[in-house]
Design a protein around this ligand. Structure first.
Ligand SMILES: [Cu+2]
Length: 271
């Protein structure tokens, strides 16, 4: 292969990469950005799209080139040349993908470490999945709790979601928040799978929790409403919800629930 051919192939790969990657990165795959993590995740996704487009372009261009260059002439019934090995090529196609994969792994690791750092005032919510419904439980400081079928959360405050499944594997996903985590049922000896996920909703509105793990016949209907509201509105919503009594044996105070832990400095309606 001459230098000129190599340069032309390289140019074709670059052009094809741009042709694939530019439209792909313009699409908002997961809707509007509604959490403080969304921007970093979208940037990560776009970098991965560009890298994947490059790899795809290399494969397509080399495939097309080989089909054209090494096509059999009409009437040519002879065997191909007996070729074995090409050390330079093999080193290249081992080292380049290794570098790309390592880059992707390290970059993702840094982004995940960054967006999953726990905030001091994180709001704990227990999320329980079962075929085919979601339950959200807000533990209160006095041992009582509030249980809801929709996930109402304050805007601008980190959520510390603890995920449990009662039957099979489900997956918690709010596309606009860009976070997704599996809920794995505890086996013998408890659950050693990472079962918390943190996210900071920063855009008011109504969204959906979507189960994104095929979990049975009702999987497609396994959704729950998410409402992101201002923090004072959240506190008054929480105050109006009926209290769930603590289980026997759980230490509890005599007062009714004080939602002050959830108010984030805003006035609360009181229970
Ligand atoms: Cu499910």
């Amino acid at each position: 292969m001459t230098r000129a051919t190599l340069a032309r192939l390289f140019a074709a790969i670059v052009v094809l990469t741009v042709v694939i990657a530019v439209p792909m990165t313009q699409i908002h795959w997961d809707g509007t950005q509604a959490s403080s993590q969304a921007d970093q995740i979208d940037t990560l996704l776009n970098v991965m799209i560009v890298l994947s487009s490059f790899v795809f372009a290399v494969v397509l261009v080399m495939l097309g080139y080989c089909i054209w260059k090494y096509r059999a002439k009409p009437g040519d019934e002879s065997d191909g040349e007996p070729i074995h090995g090409n050390t330079k090529l093999e080193v290249a196609w081992t080292v380049i993908p290794t570098v790309i994969v390592l880059f992707g792994a390290i970059y993702s690791w840094i982004v995940l470490g960054d967006i999953e750092t726990k905030a001091a005032d994180a709001l704990p919510v227990n999320v329980t999945a079962q075929q085919y419904k979601w339950t959200f439980n807000y533990p209160l400081p006095n041992g009582q709790s509030v249980s809801s079928n929709k996930l109402v959360v304050p805007s601008g405050r980190q959520l510390d979601l603890h995920l449990t499944s009662l039957d099979v594997i489900h997956s918690f996903w709010v596309p606009e928040w860009r976070i997704k985590r599996d809920l794995v049922p505890a086996g013998e000896g408890g659950n050693d799978i990472d079962n918390t996920v943190r996210v900071t909703p920063d855009r008011l509105g109504t969204y959906n929790v979507v189960c994104t793990e095929l979990c049975g016949f009702g999987h497609a209907t396994m959704r729950a409403l998410v409402q992101v509201v201002p923090s004072d509105q959240f506190a008054s919503w929480l105050a109006k919800q009926p209290r769930v009594k603590p289980q026997a044996g759980t230490a509890t105070g005599s007062s009714t629930g004080s939602p002050s832990e959830y108010s984030n400095g805003s006035p609360t309606g009181g229970p």
